[in-house]
Design a binder for this molecule. Structure first.
Ligand code: GUN
Length: 301
């Protein structure tokens, strides 16, 4: 095994010692960004223009500011045109909707993302539905939700898409596998379920009212945890040979932890994503991918 840096060498050694695949989201994301960089150069030479991503950030929530900064940095790294438009918390909804309408008809903008969560006085549905489905890099517009569930072309939410690539890296053939989503949000659980259904998995979506969550998880070949409950998924919730994807990022007094109890689950699972360094980097790389896909579809129109 040849490692490219100390981080990869440490992960490789951990994998060997604990006999489990610690899924390296940082490496997978770096590889994907490398591919995308090549694609942007090719598109530039073919069309004499480059894909552009515009992010709207409202308010000053620290996590949102960090996410947006990381998105901008990654977009610049792959050679996309990147712009962040910031508004104070007090901005009126109409100002945001008008700005989105302006971006919808701006040819230099391929993708639009409005960072969530929004201040309470701004209606999320109005915002999402105002973004042109052709530029909706989050895949949250009802048109794209429908596209995904119908198996048609369109943007797929970035986090589930990133999870999907990580799962496929460990297990390319998912046919007949039992996949359990823990969490039913539009951004994660529901979209993830659609992607795994398209891979011929038998999919269960669980949530806070599910009667026997542990029992459901114990039947799973693939678990995707996206509920925002620190370390909910314990070692005795997971059978041997299960692939466990941890979408959670929870701030606790012991630091940032996922929705999966890492030290327990890593002793039984076949593969597990760490937090941080698992799903997070892939989400951003998939946002760049979605922007490029929107650009390519726009050139064909
Ligand atoms: N806030 C946290 N994750 C996301 C995401 O994937 N998209 C948007 N728009 N906001 C987020």
């Amino acid at each position: 095994m040849v490692y490219r840096n100390v981080y990869e060498a440490v992960l490789g050694t951990i994998n060997f010692l604990i006999n489990m695949i610690l899924i390296d989201g940082k490496k997978e994301a770096a590889d994907l960004r490398g591919e995308l960089r090549g694609e942007v150069l090719k598109l530039k030479s073919e069309h004499n223009k480059i894909p552009g991503l515009t992010v709207i950030l409202i308010g000053d929530l620290t996590p949102s500011q960090i996410y947006v900064r990381n998105k901008e940095k990654a977009a610049n790294e792959v050679g996309l045109k990147s712009e962040v438009i910031k508004y104070p918390d007090s901005v009126e909804e109409k100002t945001i909707l008008d700005k989105i309408k302006e971006l919808n008809i701006d040819d230099s903008v391929s993708g639009i993302l409005v960072q969530l969560p929004l201040p309470k006085h701004i209606n999320k549905q109005h915002v999402i539905e105002t973004i042109s489905p052709d530029k909706d890099v989050d895949g949250l517009h009802p048109m794209n939700v429908g596209n995904l569930s119908s198996g048609y072309q369109g943007s797929i939410p970035c986090t589930p898409l990133g999870c999907y690539f990580l799962i496929k890296k460990v297990e390319p053939n998912l046919r007949g596998k039992k996949a359990v989503m823990v969490g039913r949000s539009n951004l994660n659980g529901k979209a993830m379920a659609q992607l795994l259904l398209q891979e011929d998995c038998t999919v269960t979506i669980t949530h806070s009212k599910t009667k026997d969550l542990q029992g459901e998880c114990l039947e799973a070949d693939v678990i995707v945890a996206a509920v925002g409950i620190p370390e909910l998924i314990k070692g005795d919730w997971v059978k041997k040979d299960t692939i466990v994807i941890d979408v959670g990022i929870n701030k606790t007094e012991n630091g940032i932890v996922g929705d999966v109890k890492f030290d327990e689950v890593s002793k039984v699972a076949k593969a597990l994503t760490p937090v941080p360094g698992g799903v997070g980097p892939m989400t951003i790389a998939c946002l760049l991918k979605n922007t490029i896909e929107c650009f390519k579809r726009a050139q064909k129109k």
